[in-house]
Design a protein around this ligand. Structure first.
Ligand code: AMP
Length: 479
């Protein structure tokens, strides 16, 4: 079998049920979710039972992909959409989503955010039974499982097939007569329900509802399958109940600041993360400078707490995009250089605290410290609004191999020296959790603690590590 690229999928999903401009709404919805994936995007739409599903998927940004004539082609009242970021190797059009198929049960399309941890065994099992895969993505396994004729007792209900999945999956599924939203029983990734006029909307993040002028109705619950059809809304809970394990990194970095996750606003959480950090690692300084955009709200909280002036001295060129999504090395190096420019006059001779949300390989932090030193800053203190990243994420956030995570390479004292900073301070787990105002037990903290909510055997871990070794990382190489 081909080796699928499992460590993947930082994605966004979106769906519209029952609006005459479903594809157009999806286009705007995906536009709002663009930060969740910038490599490819797609919309599949149809105009009701017995009409063919139409699909437009391309590589690139939402604004580049869809032209007016595409949206005309996608006419209909039902649509699902997807934005995708994947690791190198699987960044091809075949893997772009939504994935669709003609099955014995009719037409079917799915869009997936998350990462399955038993994809390898499920795929082998399906291949043994004659399945032919078109893509290397684990999402196709979900499509095939849903398409299977009902053979196994556990799959007496079409959604019963999903019980075989292990890992993170927030899904939107479109059949000929319904749209279904599903969250895995751990609820790793978000998925919310909204309403616009008489239409129902599903979105990875609530910021898409704001853009459309839709009302937020509620989040889907972990383990919930919400079926939307002619008779309205109907919830099922096809999975065994598990401990909720919502990804805390959605609050820290990944989600958009104007989204609410579990009814808690992301930007306000980030301000509280900065306040917690200031209490844990105070510093005597003249200015608090955010690393834009990820450090902005944390820096605001830090400055507020210690009454040190906030100064956005780095100016971001918004047309570059997040450095981490660029698939080629040439582009990555280029992006790191062009992304931020420092207004030197603010920092010359000053004691500066720079705040960012996280350090992965240390490239960003190290470069910013160099910029500040070159501009004549007298002291540079680095403050990070999360704990040190030391472990892999198997549930949908892409981090490099743990051996390349800077926190595994240096002790805290040596790290400051390596980064060229006068001091480095990370927030602790308790402070991170307090800032969310949600119970610690409801979070996945695995990338910080190494405690994985779903047990896996070590051969899986080895397989994942090898996969990561074999790919060119998405993150900028260390300078
Ligand atoms: P690095 O330069 O490798 O230390 O990466 C840290 C920067 O990347 C920070 O500014 C973060 O906001 C951002 N970041 C954090 N997590 C990720 C991730 N999983 N993928 C890409 N970028 C990330």
């Amino acid at each position: 079998m081909t080796s699928p690229n499992y460590p993947s999928h930082e994605c966004g999903v979106f769906a519209v049920y029952g609006h005459p401009n479903a594809a157009l709404l999806s286009y705007y919805g995906l536009f709002a979710l663009q930060h969740r994936g910038q490599e490819s995007a797609g919309i599949v739409a149809h105009a009701g039972a017995q009409t063919s599903f139409r699909s437009v998927k391309r590589m690139g940004l939402v604004s580049q992909i869809f032209k007016e004539k595409d949206l005309e082609e996608l006419a209909g009242s039902y649509a699902i959409g997807h934005v995708r970021y994947s690791t190198t190797g699987s960044s091809n059009l075949l893997n772009a989503q939504p994935l669709s198929a003609n099955t014995s049960r009719g037409q079917l399309a799915i869009a997936h955010n998350g990462n399955l941890i038993n994809a390898l065994s499920l795929r082998l099992d399906l291949e043994k039974r004659g399945a032919i895969f078109q893509t290397t993505s684990d999402s196709e396994i979900i499509l095939l499982l849903l398409a299977q004729p009902i053979l196994k007792p556990e799959a007496t209900h079409p959604l019963g097939a999903l019980r075989q999945l292990e890992g993170a999956f927030s899904l939107v599924i479109m059949g000929e007569r319904e749209i279904i939203g599903v969250r895995d029983p751990h609820g790793f990734r978000p998925l919310s329900l909204g309403k616009l006029d008489n239409a129902w909307i599903l979105s990875s993040e609530t910021c898409a509802f704001d853009l459309l002028g839709a009302d937020f109705v509620r989040d889907l619950e972990p383990g919930e399958a919400l079926i939307i059809n002619e008779s309205g809304l109907h919830s099922e809970f096809p999975f065994q109940t598990k401990r909720e394990s919502f990804c805390i990194f959605e609050y820290i970095y990944f989600a958009r600041p104007d989204s609410n996750l579990r009814n808690i606003n992301v930007s306000q959480t980030r301000v509280r993360l900065g306040q917690e950090l200031a209490r844990l690692h105070p510093v005597d300084a003249d200015l608090v400078v955010p690393i834009p955009d990820s450090g902005i709200y944390g820096a605001l909280g830090f400055s507020e707490e210690l009454k040190i002036p906030y100064q956005p001295a780095f100016v971001r060129n918004h047309y570059v995009g997040r450095t981490f999504i660029e698939p080629t090395q040439l582009m990555r190096d280029f992006s790191v250089r062009v992304k931020l420019n420092l207004i030197e006059s603010y920092v010359k001779g000053k004691r500066v605290v720079i705040v960012d949300d996280s350090i992965v390989r240390g490239t960003t932090a190290r470069n910013r410290v160099i910029n500040l030193r070159q501009a004549g800053a007298r002291e540079v203190h680095l403050r990070i609004t999360c704990s040190p990243h030391r472990h892999a994420c198997y549930y949908g956030i892409d981090f490099p191999n743990p051996k390349d995570l800077i926190a595994n390479e240096y002790s805290m004292e040596d790290l400051a020296a390596y980064l060229g900073a006068d001091s480095v301070g990370y927030l602790d787990i308790e402070g991170m959790v307090r800032a969310t105002r949600l119970p610690k037990e409801s979070f996945c903290l695995a990338c910080f603690t190494g405690e994985y909510p779903i047990p896996f055997d070590t051969s899986f871990d080895k397989f994942m590590m090898e996969e990561q070794e074999n790919r060119t990382s998405f993150l900028p190489e260390r300078a």
